[in-house]
Design a protein around this ligand. Structure first.
Ligand code: NCD
Length: 307
């Protein structure tokens, strides 16, 4: 039963519950009109303490398309946060007005701490460099759509694997599927954090390799998950400038890739995928954007218990 639950970390959902959300997403994609009023009279609170385009607007669009309404802020400077209000008090307050809350926060672990006092279901829309479970649901749906299964895949993650929360969440979620292998492509300085290796990969006996050059492994991949270098999480500008152009995917590099490779990117893209790649049939990132809205419709409906 998903009704009334929070979604803070991808492992809050069992594999069966993920299947349920994927199934409902498919139903919504095929027949959106049938869902146009399931949240009539309900309110989503949308609290974004960090910038966002896709996540915030896809949540808003999702709630509106379900018949619900949205209140909130995208700029904490315009709320009582500016006066020094604690996160818990903000969540209790917004929870008193709404039926469900989505929150993005720069501090790792903030949604987990806030969830205890929040009177309505709380969805983590990204906490610092930690986790981003609803992007993961979007990614899983896009992989499923492209490959027909979440088992037996070689997934390449490329770019900033140290700070990229979408990478951490997707590795966590995909580690549960059968015969999945990871190819982790990054400069040494931006490798996945140690806890991902010990607590997720090693613990679940998942096969993985770490490499620095995309060209050396691109032909082995079923999925290529590109990411931007997360400028805002760097401690100094010099390191950012040194690492920011580490990987740039172009059509030349893709010549060696499988014909049925699926290229994903959570977006925003800076320069790590050349625009020339967008028209290649293997580019799935704009499809992924649209899937994000439908997945969030399914998630909201499930947590509110209306479907
Ligand atoms: C990502 C995020 O915010 O973590 N964007 C998103 O939600 N689609 C990725 C990023 O900012 O690079």
């Amino acid at each position: 039963m998903l009704k009334g639950r929070n979604l803070i970390d991808p492992s809050d959902l069992s594999m069966e519950e993920i299947d349920e959300i994927m199934g409902l997403t498919r139903e919504i994609v095929n027949n959106p009109k049938e869902f146009a009023h399931v949240c009539d009279g309900m309110l989503l609170g949308s609290l974004f303490y960090e910038p966002s385009t896709r996540t915030r607007l896809s949540f808003e669009a999702a709630m509106l398309r379900l018949g619900g309404k949205v209140v909130g802020f995208s700029e904490p400077g315009s709320s009582s946060v500016q006066k020094g209000e604690s996160l818990n008090d903000t969540l209790r307050t917004v929870g008193a007005y709404t039926d469900i809350i989505v929150m993005r926060h720069p501090k790792e672990g903030a949604p987990k701490l806030g969830a205890d006092l929040c009177p309505v279901p709380l969805i983590n829309a990204g906490d610092g460099g930690h986790q981003h479970p609803t992007q993961t649901l979007t990614d899983l749906y896009t992989i499923l759509e492209s490959k027909g299964s979440l088992d037996n895949l070689v997934l390449g993650f490329c770019g900033d694997l140290q700070f990229g929360r979408t990478v951490h969440s997707l590795i966590k979620a995909m580690s549960r599927y059968k015969n999945v292998k990871f190819v982790l492509i990054s400069p040494v300085e931006l490798e996945v954090p140690e806890y991902i290796k010990t607590e997720i990969l090693d613990k679940n006996e998942v096969e993985y390799i770490e490499v620095e050059r995309l060209e050396d492994v691109i032909d082995t991949l079923d999925i290529l998950y590109m990411t931007r270098v997360q400028k805002e999480r760097f401690f100094n500008e010099v390191d950012y400038i040194r690492l920011k152009d580490s990987y740039i995917l172009d059509l030349k590099k893709l010549e060696k890739a499988k014909k049925d490779l699926a290229i994903l990117h959570p977006l925003p893209r800076v320069n790590e995928i050349k625009v020339e790649v967008d028209s290649d049939p293997r580019a799935k990132y704009f499809k992924q954007v649209k899937n994000g809205m439908f997945v969030r419709m399914a998630l909201i409906a499930k947590l509110l218990g209306v479907k």
